[in-house]
Design a protein around this ligand. Structure first.
Ligand SMILES: Cc1ncc(C[n+]2csc(CCOP(=O)(O)OP(=O)(O)O)c2C)c(N)n1
Ligand SMILES: [Mg+2]
Length: 322
């Protein structure tokens, strides 16, 4: 079903403000790792996830906060995860870069560029074995398309016609490397080489994102195999919050102004009074999320290996962790 304008606005606003609140927590030292903010790219997360069902599976990457929130992760437990607390969605073990949230259908976010695609293809294969019409989605950046793992995933996904949608968020840069300087050929050209249909569309307008994604989802659900969509988007912030300190100069400062703001686009589609209500509600949710995160206890270092090893390997008591 088509998402409402209000629903898309709420998701985009939630992601924008979640990221801004998280950046404040980076500055205050409460998020020690820093984050890769997705500010500017929110329409992709909102439109992609609006085309999915709750029981579909999403694999994300290092710039994944928006994907998890749009897929249904609880903002309070997610903020607790970023601040490394036991109440976090992964008990404070995954942090900003590697969160998973099985309850929301997020089977992980890989910081290893391009490798989420292989997991998504495998998950999609398993979902098909189960029968039913659940699908898997892999979201990755333009930097991932130069990775061998991604191409291997395309190959098997196409050969076995697994129900997966490959979503490329092309924000024009892999860290500081412009896509034009790092990618030979095109993203859709790579998919075409494996008989995977692909398209390149605007990633700033959530309606356009939704329409493109809905077509890919329908194809996967019908058993017609994988497809790819490349969304052209832009991150307004640096690659990582660390960039606020080092002031790298690899982008023309004027460049951002050429990219329409997804929040502004969607604002125009929602009456002001409705927006004000949504904004206040989002702010209340995030006030509570930050309070919950900072009030939650940190994990016990002795539990650090719990849930990591099938063998149940544990940290030895008596070892100093100072
Ligand atoms: C296999 C691998 N190589 C290199 C890195 C270092 N690295 C971290 S993020 C990044 C750039 C990723 O760019 P892109 O895929 O376009 O995503 P974006 O950060 O633009 O969202 C790189 C090279 C990594 N994490 N994994
Ligand atoms: Mg990129």
């Amino acid at each position: 079903m088509r998402p409402s304008a209000e629903g898309l606005y709420r998701t985009i606003r939630l992601i924008r403000r979640f990221e801004e609140r998280a950046i404040e927590l980076v500055r205050s030292g409460d998020i020690g790792s820093g984050i890769h903010p997705c500010i500017g790219q929110e329409a992709v997360a909102a439109g992609v996830c609006a085309a999915l069902r709750a029981d579909d599976v999403l694999l994300s990457n290092h710039r994944g906060h928006g994907h998890l929130l749009a897929k249904g992760s609880d903002p309070a437990r997610f903020m607790a995860e970023l601040t490394g607390r036991v109440t976090g969605i992964d008990r404070g073990r995954a942090g900003s870069f590697h969160p998973s949230d099985f309850a929301a259908g997020v089977y992980g976010a890989s910081g290893t560029v391009g490798h989420g695609a292989a997991i998504a293809a495998g998950v999609a294969w398993a979902l098909a074995q189960d029968g039913g019409d659940r699908i898997a989605v892999s979201v990755f950046g333009d930097g991932a398309v130069t990775q061998g793992a991604l191409l291997e995933s395309f190959n098997l996904a196409s050969l076995w016609r697994v129900p997966v949608v490959f979503v490329c968020e092309n924000n024009g840069y892999a860290t500081t490397l412009p896509a034009a300087a790092g990618i030979a050929g095109t993203v859709v050209g790579r998919a075409a080489a494996f008989d995977i249909p692909g398209s390149t569309v605007d990633g700033q307008d959530p309606d356009v994102v939704y329409d493109a994604m809905a077509r890919c989802v329908a194809r996967a659900r019908a058993g017609d195999g994988p497809s790819l969509v490349e969304f052209l988007t832009y991150r307004y912030e640096g690659h990582h919050t660390f960039e606020r300190k080092v002031r790298l100069q690899y982008r023309d400062p004027q460049e951002a102004s050429h990219w329409p703001d997804p929040l502004a686009i969607q604002s125009e589609r929602v009456p002001e009074a409705v927006r004000e209500t949504i904004d206040a509600e989002v702010e209340a949710v995030l006030d509570e999320a930050v309070r919950f995160a900072l009030d939650s206890p940190r994990p016990d270092p002795l539990d650090a290996f719990d849930h990591l090893y099938a063998t149940g390997m544990r940290v030895r008591a008596g070892v100093s962790h100072a």
